[in-house]
Design a protein around this ligand. Structure first.
Ligand SMILES: C[S@@+](CC[C@H](N)C(=O)[O-])C[C@H]1O[C@@H](n2cnc3c(N)ncnc32)[C@H](O)[C@@H]1O
Length: 261
């Protein structure tokens, strides 16, 4: 699948979840809030929320900064955001690979749980650095390798298809965050384990977030009943004594400063 087609499908999948997203976004809320201590305290700044989704954190940025832009590739996500968030926010339908903003025009790029959808990642980081002013900050969170390992392992017992997206390992992301024009100031890695009543609950949550597009999945559509039953049986290896189904999300977050030329 070409990168363009893949991004179109990502946008479609998030778009179809725009009205259910907010009620399911517990991981996104948790990770986004953990970025707050890294945000600059000055209020005369221009901030960009990259992959803004329904705009929950864009609105939070708007309560702190002079000018705030929420950018997302999904028109439906942006329509939801426009209808539900502060009307001082400027919304941009665009791809993070081609940010329609001038060089050195932004003081802060905030991006919560978006860059795991970007492959290749280096080109998006170059775009972020291009729009940042020298001294400007990139504050981000993403998911890394090991995320949803229970689901991945349960499916591996059933077939050879890919059912969970490729999350990059931290050691592949770190080198991209330092360079002649950027310096990594701080990072944090946290395992967030969410609890589910059963595997269907997990699958429904991923769908209602729009996070169910898997580019390298060969078989289209839903798995057959037999495969699904075998997978849910394998998942039972991970059940907690309380009967809860856990799913692990490995969150990696950090703050990068754009250096002067
Ligand atoms: C998991 S959601 C996170 C939304 C929001 N940041 C939050 O914390 O709730 C990821 C968002 O990134 C957007 N996205 C994915 N790939 C993108 C790209 N290449 N350019 C811009 N937005 C993108 C999706 O449309 C989706 O709204």
């Amino acid at each position: 699948m070409s990168e363009k087609t893949n991004r179109f499908k990502i946008a479609k999948s998030f778009g179809s979840a725009s009205s259910s997203y907010d009620t399911s976004a517990r991981l996104q809320r948790y990770c986004g809030k953990h970025l707050m201590p890294w945000l600059p305290n000055r209020n005369d700044l221009t901030a960009l929320d990259l992959g803004a989704g329904t705009g929950f954190f864009t609105e939070l940025l708007a309560s702190r900064y002079q000018q705030v832009i929420g950018l997302d590739i999904s028109k439906k996500m942006l329509n939801y955001a426009k209808d539900n968030r502060d009307n001082t926010i400027y919304w941009l339908e665009a791809d993070a690979y081609k940010i329609p903003l001038q060089d050195k025009s932004i003081d802060l790029v905030y991006s919560n749980l978006m860059i795991q959808w970007c492959d290749p990642l280096d080109l998006v980081l170059d775009e972020v650095m291009r729009v940042l002013k020298p001294g400007g900050l990139f504050v981000f969170s993403t998911l890394i390798d090991g995320t949803l390992f229970e689901l991945k392992s349960a499916w591996a017992q059933v077939d050879n298809d890919q059912h969970v997206i490729d999350f990059k390992p931290e050691c592949e992301i770190r080198p991209l965050l330092s360079g002649p024009d950027r310096k990594l100031l701080d990072t944090k890695q946290q395992d967030v384990i969410l609890e589910y009543e059963n595997v269907l609950h997990l699958a429904h949550e991923l769908k209602s977030l729009g996070a169910n597009h898997v580019p390298k999945k060969r078989a289209k559509g839903l798995a057959g009943k037999d495969k699904w039953q075998r997978m849910t049986k394998s998942y039972q290896d991970f059940i907690e004594p309380s009967g809860i189904y856990p799913a692990t999300y490995k969150a990696f977050s950090g703050v990068v400063v754009k250096l002067s030329d």
